[in-house]
Design a protein around this ligand. Sequence first.
Ligand SMILES: [Zn+2]
Length: 428
Amino acid sequence: MSKILIRGAKVLGGEPQDVLIEGQNIAATGSGLDAEGATVIEAAGQILLPGLVDLHTHLREPGREDSETVLTGTRAAAVGGFTAVHAMANTFPVADTAGVVEQVWRLGKESGYCDVQPVGAVTVGLEGKQLAELGAMHDSAAGVKVFSDDGKCVDDAVIMRRALEYVKAFDGVVAQHAQEPRLTEGAQMNEGVVSAELGLGGWPAVAEESIIARDVLLAAHVGSRVHICHLSTAGSVEIVRWAKSKGWDVTAEVTPHHLLLTDELVRTYNPVYKVNPPLRTEADVMALREALADGTIDCVATDHAPHPHEDKDCEWAAAAMGMVGLETALSVVQQTMVDTGLLDWAGVADRMSLRPAAIGRLEGHGRPVSAGEPANLTLVDPSYRGAVDPAGFASRSRNTPYEGRELPGRVTHTFLRGRATVVDGKLA
Ligand SMILES: [Zn+2]
């Protein structure tokens, strides 16, 4: 059985400890552990976290392998410290049947770099008209528990209600992309001062907030679970806070880019900043950080959205929406939440591993770093400083908003069930 000794890492940012991995599991934690026969990783000054879990990843396969595949996407995930990702359903064909989710699940097993949990579509073809085969997807080998039409909003209230009622039977959750379609027709960026000055179609905060308000009420009415994707406004935070104060089963995520970037960047007309939901104002960014710190927002999710060069390197209005995010997520969270004092590393473990695993009902991930647990682990050097160079990305796409920007921290090692997927910052 292979043995790896991680020596002197700060587990969840606490006192330095040794962690011994034997085979697929953590065998022991403590000080001065016996290293005989083990590969030793000297980890003084580094932080050891449970492997990160992403609730919101676009892997693009099947159908858009020019932008990403399950293999390249899971390689990017491993580099970013992730040991599990949820693959969104807006592929071609759409993941709205047991056959397609099983295909994605099987590709994930073959990739070997991180676990892939397929998300099933809520409606057939993401068209919002007819419920997809939710039960069949849940009963399939993929064992789908999270359903989402992400990229599109389930805007029909009756369909949303039925989906929430349906998933209750097997403890599933509907993850809503909250975007009222009529209020966002022709929208190109956040509606506000900057959109007015630039003359670009505005995307009002109320288009997000009105759907969230409706859906938390619907979830409460039918006694089901709803998860809100990529919260982007201060008003959305207020609604989720209110829903939680009522004791309703509502959870929410925020992306790294909404914790750092604002709509002021749209003044550059660089489509790399075009994203759905759009970058908002400084006040929104601050409200999102505070909500992630106080737990109103449960977790960080990347919304990793790879696009090929030709879909992003064009005029603003024609460009696709979305940013890659797996390989920079932890660094952005360190900069916005840890280095600002809003969250400690145990908090990062909670928001990027424990909570997302719990929301997705994902077994074997988001577990404590202790003996007997699966060795899904991420080792981070928080003192590292370096400029982001997309040329070095493991992702097939390069559409990062952070090119050339200095971000703190680097994942040095990632372990998936005891096997190193990343060693010294490089894919194993
Ligand atoms: Zn979305």
